[in-house]
Design a protein around this ligand. Structure first.
Ligand code: B3K
Ligand code: ZN
Length: 878
């Protein structure tokens, strides 16, 4: 494949003035007619040809300004159309016709059919599978789209913008015309047609305009869209309040689709969603499902300004819309739910997904400088580290200046295809500061380490804090210069109060309130006038995406875990102690008699968990051990996933045993008859009770309590919480088998719930889960055609089930490689995504390392390997 480079960017020779499309939908094929108005860009040579992108297209006809073009004037291949001898000046119109087959489109890019519904996915390069087009994000134009279809099959015809006309056609057919006045790139184009139900509502914007809202679903499922609609209206109100952003069109539609490659897509005025992030039935959805719907609805809606009104100049700038929009959706959730708990969840995600990516062979900067396959760059780094970078800008500027910078960005770049430099310039202006060094965050890959040391001088009553940053060069080979690292901190006194102290800085840092802004390799800050030694609470709220190396005694950390007025750091103090304990234990040989966690740490955890004064959601977070993949990452090399799992399991049993009385109280106390409500407080109570139940069963080794909760549960969160314990801890037992069978019988009618049944079994941490997934893949309800199903069986097995995927005999690797070979022919994007689980091969003990390496080699030799999968495998092997 060809390498595309940021440095090679140049604008197109021709400016696109407008797009007029007609799609005639028939059973088995769709006829596409596209009229494109162009104008030669000033200064472009008279003989410059016009080049358009295609992907698997066959051109049926081409006309220029109403006249059929002679074949000598153009070259058409499936991948490109080049037209020569175009008018020297003035606009001209190109009319193209081609036929496509959505029914045969299994890649789910371009126009395809899902359960009979026609729908599109164009980001990043799907539009070229519909028509020849300058398919790149810096080509913006207004669109007019006419859709024709048989009325009985597709009574609903949707596209971007506002509806302007509908009418009848002969032979039971009908049409609709949509007009989108806002200039947009082709990746935001969308069409949906089918026999859909809808939930309708409206929203009145701050300036008093009424927007008609619609959430479209498959037949009979519109009532399940109620929470999505509610989340949409709250998102619209929040964006007005928090960022002054009002919605612009007369209508906003969301469509829920069963077969979808990702979570959702922000097409202008017509968001298309994986139905998993729209449909919720009170009896069928977990609290996690509710949170997922809320976040994704908000995220896609927020793209209307950060992504659509201001889009990206090229795909290297992807984080311009994604990092920023993730930041916005995180802020929304923080405002709508509980800030600290949300932040803990985001940081956990960052550490579990982004850190390993950033520290392995698939490492890339937040703004990559080159790519072979852009679809492989919708990564945790672009999204989540991208959001962290925006968060650091907000931290550095403070609330008022950050908002002023955002206002400036919206004002200056509305209607533009912008760059990271454009974005940064707005904050430099609003904050009156130079962000050139800060911008290294966009260019340098890898997770920096922040080393903090302290020393207390009892004579002088002063506390000296030294900070040092370092960045190792990784696979991406990018720079290792010091960056600007905002470090939020506090000096905590023995009564849990933040102390104020005089301070003096030496080295490359400045102090701004509770923020140390480290800008060079190292700096030292001396705090004076203190009565006694404070506890240093550092990197509060995870103010920078770094690995913290802070030498602090266990006693100090236990104190901060109890006292820190910054709740996030109170959580992290304990979480770090636990992670370190588990990492050390995983390095020791099995059965050395030492406990995985010291009693003092377990007791601190139990004190937090049992403290009814603290928010239950926070206590549930505290009880969630670091992911086994996170422990493995911290081990760095010679990882034995079985050992990591044994250690984590021993820790769970020890915590459970020591806190049994408390866990019995917490899991029994909350009556399962409490009426269901998805509000944050109820969610927190359920999370705590389910965590307590898991510890209780870990201690007793008895499935009875889980089975009892499974049977008595009045909501899916409690039912699934209990089932997860049965399926994982008691895998293979009668209790587990009968509960899984019962679950299947109860919910087999609903694919989204059935996915949970598949996923729980695929992730059971036992060696025989390899045989289980083999059985699941032969289950009548398994299909490679539905991305959700593939992700729940193959994807979660490879990404979550560390014990079975990494089975010492290599059977897990072989099974996944086998499935990837088949999947790659159907849906290369999903195959490539799942294959990223092989990237950590170097960090394992020699036996697994050799097998992983060999499996990667075998995958690379699959005949007809897609560009997507090849790119991941090639980069992982390097
Ligand atoms: N922008 C889309 C992701 C498109 C992925 C293309 N491979 C969803 C989102 O981030 O909102
Ligand atoms: Zn997005």
């Amino acid at each position: 494949g060809q390498i595309v480079k940021l440095a090679d960017y140049r604008p197109t020779d021709f400016v696109l003035l407008g797009v007029d499309m007609t799609l005639r939908l028939f059973e088995g094929h769709t006829d596409v007619m596209t009229v494109l108005a162009f104008e030669r860009r000033e200064g472009v040579a008279i003989d410059a040809p016009l080049g358009l992108d295609g992907d698997g297209l066959i051109l049926d006809s081409i006309a220029l300004d109403g006249e059929i073009l002679s074949p000598a004037r153009y070259d058409a291949t499936p991948d490109a159309l080049v037209v020569r001898e175009l008018p020297a000046n003035g606009p001209f119109e190109l009319r193209l016709e081609n036929r496509i087959a959505p029914e045969e489109n299994t890649e789910l890019m371009g126009l395809y059919r899902s359960n009979g519904i026609w729908c599109t996915q164009c980001e990043a390069e799907g539009f070229r599978r519909i028509t020849y087009f300058p398919d790149r994000p810096d080509v913006l134009a207004p669109y007019r789209v006419r859709i024709e279809a048989e009325k009985a099959v597709a009574p609903v015809l949707l596209s971007n913008g506002n509806p302007i006309e509908t009418g009848e056609l002969p032979e039971g057919r009908h049409y609709a015309v949509w007009d989108d006045p806002f200039k947009k790139p082709s990746y935001l184009f969308a069409v949906v047609a089918g026999d859909l139900d809808a939930l309708h509502d409206s929203f009145v914007t701050t300036s008093g305009r009424t927007v008609a809202l619609g959430v479209y679903t498959e037949k009979g499922r519109a009532p399940q869209a109620a929470y999505a609609m509610d989340a949409l209206k709250r998102s619209m109100a929040w964006d007005e309040r928090r960022f002054g952003r009002e919605y612009d069109l007369d209508v906003f539609n969301v469509v829920a689709i069963a077969d979808f490659n990702m979570g959702a897509m922000e097409n202008k005025g017509l968001n298309v969603f994986n139905h998993k992030y729209v449909l919720l039935d009170q009896d069928l959805a977990t609290d996690g499902d509710y949170a997922g719907v809320e976040t994704v609805i908000a995220h896609e809606y927020f793209h209307n300004w950060t992504g659509n009104r201001i889009t990206c100049r090229d795909w290297f700038q992807l984080c311009l819309k994604e990092g920023l929009t993730v930041y916005r959706d995180q802020e929304f959730s923080a405002d709508e739910r509980e800030r600290t708990v949300q932040r803990i969840a985001s940081v956990r995600r960052l550490k579990a997904h982004q850190f390993p990516e950033d520290q392995g062979p698939l490492q890339h900067p937040v703004r990559p400088a080159e790519y072979r396959e852009i679809n492989n760059f919708y990564t945790a780094t672009v999204y989540d580290k991208g959001a962290e970078v925006v968060r650091m800008i907000a931290t550095l500027l403070g609330e008022t200046d950050f908002r002023a910078g955002m206002d400036l960005y919206f004002e200056r770049h509305d209607g533009d295809a912008a760059t990271i430099e454009d974005f940064i310039a707005c904050f430099e202006e609003a904050g009156g500061l130079d962000l050139s060094q800060f911008s290294l965050w966009y260019a340098q890959a890898g997770t920096p380490t922040l080393t903090v040391t302290e020393s207390w001088d009892p004579e002088q009553r002063q506390h000296t804090v030294s900070l040092r940053q370092s960045l190792a060069r990784g696979a991406a080979g990018t720079g290792t210069e010091p960056m600007v690292v905002p470090v939020r901190f506090g000096l905590v006194g023995g009564n849990g109060e933040d102390r104020h102290a005089e301070s003096e800085v030496s080295g490359a840092a400045r102090l701004k309130g509770d923020l140390i802004v480290l800008s060079g390799g190292d700096a030292t800050i001396t705090f004076t006038g203190l009565s006694d030694r404070p506890y240093l609470s550092v990197l509060r709220d995870f103010s920078a995406p770094v690995m913290l190396d802070h030498e602090q005694s266990e006693a100090e950390r236990l104190a901060l875990g109890r006292l820190d007025p910054n709740l996030f750091n109170r959580w992290r103090a304990l979480d770090d102690l636990i992670a370190e304990g588990l990492t050390l234990a995983a390095r020791r040989p099995l059965g050395d008699g030492q406990p995985a966690l010291k009693d003092a740490i377990v007791d601190a955890l139990l004190a937090t968990a049992g403290d009814d004064e603290i928010d239950p959601a926070f206590r549930a977070q505290a009880l969630t051990l670091p992911a086994e993949t996170d422990i493995a990452r911290q081990l760095r090399d010679n990882v034995d996933p079985d050992r990591v799992h044994q250690v984590a399991d021993a820790a769970r049993a020890a915590i459970g045993t020591r806190g049994l009385a408390s866990f019995e109280r917490l899991s029994a106390e909350r009556a399962t008859t409490e009426p269901f409500s998805p509000d944050a407080a109820s969610v927190g109570r359920r999370a705590l009770a389910n965590a307590a139940l898991a510890y209780r069963c870990a201690a007793t080794g008895d499935p009875a309590a889980a089975l009892a909760q499974y049977q008595a549960a009045s909501n899916m969160t409690d039912r699934l919480g209990a089932l997860a314990i049965l399926a994982h801890r008691f895998s293979g037992d009668d209790a587990s088998r009968s509960a899984l069978d019962d679950f299947y019988r109860r919910f087999e009618h609903d694919d989204l719930v059935l996915d949970k049944w598949f996923a729980l079994q695929a992730t059971a941490p036992t060696h025989d889960a390899v045989e289980t997934v083999e059985r699941l893949a032969n289950h009548p309800r398994f299909t490679m055609r539905n991305p959700n199903r593939v992700r729940t069986v193959v994807g979660s097995f490879a990404a979550v089930n560390q014990v079975a995927f990494h089975r010492p005999d290599g059977a897990g690797y072989r099974w996944v490689a086998d499935k990837l070979a088949a999947l790659d022919r159907i849906n290369p994007q999903i195959a490539a995504r799942i294959a990223t689980t092989f990237r950590a091969w170097r960090s394992f003990e020699p036996g697994r390392r050799a097998k992983l390496k060999e499996t990667l080699r075998q995958i690379s030799e699959i005949k007809g390997l897609s560009k997507d999968l090849k790119d991941i495998v090639d980069r992982s092997r390097k």
